[in-house]
Write a protein that binds this ligand. Structure first.
Ligand SMILES: Cc1cc2nc3c(=O)[nH]c(=O)nc-3n(C[C@H](O)[C@H](O)[C@H](O)COP(=O)(O)OP(=O)(O)OC[C@H]3O[C@@H](n4cnc5c(N)ncnc54)[C@H](O)[C@@H]3O)c2cc1C
Ligand code: SF4
Length: 507
């Protein structure tokens, strides 16, 4: 795939396009594919660098995380309570994601319709189109690794709902290294699917190009891109200016609100507000048998037993891949304590509970603000409703591990709560939950440029148009009015597929 990289540019490069897309991830990738197929001239600017399948071959966490993640994998919320995992390379977060695919739950679409006036219409054709292009298919439970099977067995033993997951892969060899980019060319992320399609159809793709702002210039928009060094992200002095009839921000939740705020565009004073994560808490279990959770398709099964808890915050259960650096970064401690944990790694299985934030009464989520240097930062208070759900989720995961045969269960508190049988579960009641009490992560960022059918709320309308800004759109995870209760990539792919038709009709 032909990509213009930052080191090929100096001075100012001036470009013209029908559509300029900012960001090459789930939203930008699918949109570019569809717009170029319809014959439109597209320029795409991506802040991250271009890496190929060969670049991922070392399977080395020390190389992959700084190269492929936002802020070299150190992104966190303002109070540092939540580690925010988010991609930053050509292909966006789809280059490093774990490939789980879900259609948007009907109850979420109904919630958006009832509470935000968002009418999306028939989504089935959009789900089907992306499923076909990205090879989405069920990963059989028989192929699940031991880490996933503890979740499966525990749920089955307790009579809880649990299902095989669907993944966007073709020819997956089950390496388990999805989070480092796929070295086997199997993951059907944007890097190997929609972006090459779009480039082959004439799209110009610029990597290492961070968009600072967009501004109206007569009948067109002008996009200001700054070239950054691949090595340390410092500005090289080169810049890219794109003049286009239409500009689409697809820089992800956190990225797209950041660009709007820098551009001083803030409809309804809503930009950056109502950003929702699926805040994740984890509980580990030690088993007699080898688990070797770094190997095998990362996510193969999931449970939605607790996703709908009425007015309380729901959560769903999955497992992560267990590469050593990733696991060690989740242990809230230092020195001997981390060592004690890590020497058990081959026998450890980890369950995750992802909090479905945004649906309960009074849910406000987080806020993206700009720091003095113009970089976006997410402030994400963890209120009592989330604390209650985190406590409930710890107990559910501990029960699940015990039911699956774990010898010992540990929480990720600074002093882990340790449990060996059901009678000890009440030890969890004495523990503290919430910000800075235990490890919390998030790989799912949503909202911040929320959709609303009402003129006086939200940032974009149901057709992705930024309110009051003719020709400016947002097509990425930031438009979701709430979190989803399922992994978000396929919702974003499908919304982008739908948006392409709407946008093309306006060109
Ligand atoms: C480790 C991990 C595992 C995951 N696993 C799954 C999974 O199994 N299933 C699932 O459904 N979801 C998963 N996700 C989440 C999913 O991949 C994302 O929700 C989805 O890719 C978000 O799409 P997006 O278009 O909003 O943004 P992204 O895919 O993040 O793309 C945004 C792009 O915009 C670029 N950008 C940002 N700012 C600028 C700027 N100023 N100028 C130019 N470019 C900019 C970024 O570098 C990035 O490449 C995972 C995420 C992570 C981190
Ligand atoms: S598990 Fe499959 S999709 Fe993931 S990195 Fe390995 S081969 Fe690629």
């Amino acid at each position: 795939m032909k990509v213009t990289t930052g080191n090929q540019l100096s001075g100012r490069t001036e470009l013209e396009a029908d559509v300029c897309i900012v960001g090459s991830g789930a939203g930008g990738g699918v949109l570019a594919w569809q717009l170029t197929q319809a014959g439109h001239k597209v320029v795409m600017l991506e802040a991250g660098s271009h890496h190929t399948t060969q670049d991922f071959a070392p399977l080395d966490e020390r190389l992959a995380y700084p190269a492929l993640y936002q802020e070299r994998m150190t992104r966190a919320t303002k109070d540092a309570a939540i580690s925010v995992l988010q991609g930053r390379s050509v292909g966006g977060t789809t280059t490093v994601n774990w490939t789980t695919c879900f259609r948007t739950p009907e109850r979420i679409l109904e919630h958006w319709q009832q509470n935000f006036g968002v009418e999306l219409g028939e989504m089935l054709p959009h789900y089907e189109a992306v499923e076909q292009r990205l090879g989405v298919a069920e990963w059989p439970v028989q192929a699940a690794n031991a880490n996933n099977l503890t979740l499966w067995k525990g749920c089955k033993a307790l009579g809880w709902q649990v299902k095989a997951l669907r993944r966007n892969v073709r020819g997956c060899v089950s390496s388990g290294y999805c989070g480092l980019g796929c070295a086997f060319g199997a993951k059907q992320g944007m890097l190997l699917t929609t972006l090459p399609d779009a480039v082959n159809a004439g799209m110009e793709l610029y990597a290492d190009c961070r968009v600072l702002k967009v501004e109206r210039s007569g009948e067109q928009w002008e996009v200001h891109g700054q070239i950054q060094s691949k090595k340390d992200l410092s500005p090289t002095g080169a810049e890219v200016r794109v003049r286009a009839k239409r500009v689409v921000l697809a820089a992800g939740a956190i990225g797209s609100p950041g660009i709007l705020l820098r551009s001083e565009i803030n409809p309804n004073d809503a930009v950056g507000k109502r950003t929702f994560l699926h805040p994740v808490v984890a509980v580990a279990g030690r088993y007699a048998q080898d688990i070797n959770g770094w190997s095998g398709a990362p996510q193969a099964v999931g449970s939605h037993e607790f996703v709908d808890r009425g007015e309380q915050v729901g959560f769903f259960l999955e497992v992560p891949p267990m590469q050593p650096m990733l696991v060690a970064s989740g242990v809230m401690g230092a020195g001997a304590m981390v060592n004690d944990f890590m020497v058990q790694l081959p026998k450890l299985s980890t369950h995750l509970a992802l909090m479905v934030d945004g649906l309960h009464p009074g849910a406000a989520g987080g806020t993206v603000e700009l720091l003095g240097n113009g970089r976006p930062k997410l402030d994400y208070p963890i209120g009592p409703a989330l604390v209650e759900a985190m406590a409930a989720a710890h107990k559910a995961m501990a029960r699940c591990h015990l039911a699956a045969g774990a010898e010992q269960v540990f929480t990720l508190h600074p002093t882990p709560v340790s449990i060996q049988n059901e009678d000890q579960l009440d030890r969890l009641d004495a523990a503290a939950y919430g910000a800075l009490e235990h490890s919390i992560f998030s790989a799912h960022q949503m909202g911040g440029c929320g959709m609303s059918g009402e003129a006086k709320s939200g940032v974009v309308d149901a057709n992705h148009r930024v309110k009051g800004q003719d020709g400016l759109y947002v097509v990425d995870g930031s438009v979701l009015p709430t979190s989803l209760g399922v992994n978000p990539s396929q919702t974003i792919y499908s919304l982008a597929h739908r948006a392409a038709g709407l946008l093309a009709a306006e060109l």
